[in-house]
Design a protein around this ligand. Sequence first.
Ligand SMILES: [Zn+2]
Length: 313
Amino acid sequence: MKKYISFVLILVITTIFIAGCGSPKDKSVNSNKGEKFKVVTTTTMLADVAKHIGGDYVEVKGLMGPGVDPHLYKASAGDVTLMQKADMVVYNGLHLEGKMGEVFENLTGSGKLIVSVADGVNKEALMKSEDSANAYDPHIWFDVNIWKDAAVELTKGLKNLDKDHADEFDKNLKAYLAELDKLNEYIMQKTAELPEKSRVLITAHDAFNYFGKAYGFEVKGLQGISTASEAGTADVRELANFIVDREIKAVFIESSVPKKNIEALQEAVKAKGFDVKIGGELYSDSIGDAGTEAETYIGTFKSNIDTIVNALK
Ligand SMILES: [Zn+2]
């Protein structure tokens, strides 16, 4: 009997404890008082989508600023506090945020609403990582159609968080998807200005494979899928030969990767008696600075395709 009573007691205590842990459902804000749900995102691309869909109902904070490399980014103590205090945390997934895995694991245990937008992408649309056979390439924002799935997944999260405004989120999503369709059109029109043999994109790291597949470019990166792997002299030599053989006009530096490797490549090409110019800076793993035309995902993608096409023409 004593045993039975203590068993029941433990059961009751456990139930109270579990009920006490905040699940997303019992969160609420008083929007009449101007309170807003707090959404924290990792990358700038995600912060931009969250702002478009969340509109006036959520307060969005992105942890990584423009030009920050997500592969190498480590969460600071302040970031962890922000995520703990947030109502919803959104990350890319597919190990883009390679140094933050443990942070997400700890948060998942807390019962907080955590969204990895890659979960919304059809597995068949994902490309295998060249760095590791068991992993997928995380740079999904470079195919606008795939990124639309990411926006849908983020919207699902917002609707779970704030059911009262589900209709508004759906409306914002619909408008945003239409804008993304227009962007897709723009990219295809710009690409068509290039003769097919000129559609070769050489950049600092392997961020552009989805872009290449979606819009018909041959893509080569000096570093691997993650910037954590270094480019070796053999990589530089091999790529230099390729540029000379194919008479490639331009290579590109990236906003979130130091430009020294691409400059070394340019030097290696020069040593072979051929000139390749640096065609400009592409935004790879972050969008552009606030106040520039590239301050949104859409603006960033337009800037990239303009830079690419103008340099390779
Ligand atoms: Zn990358």
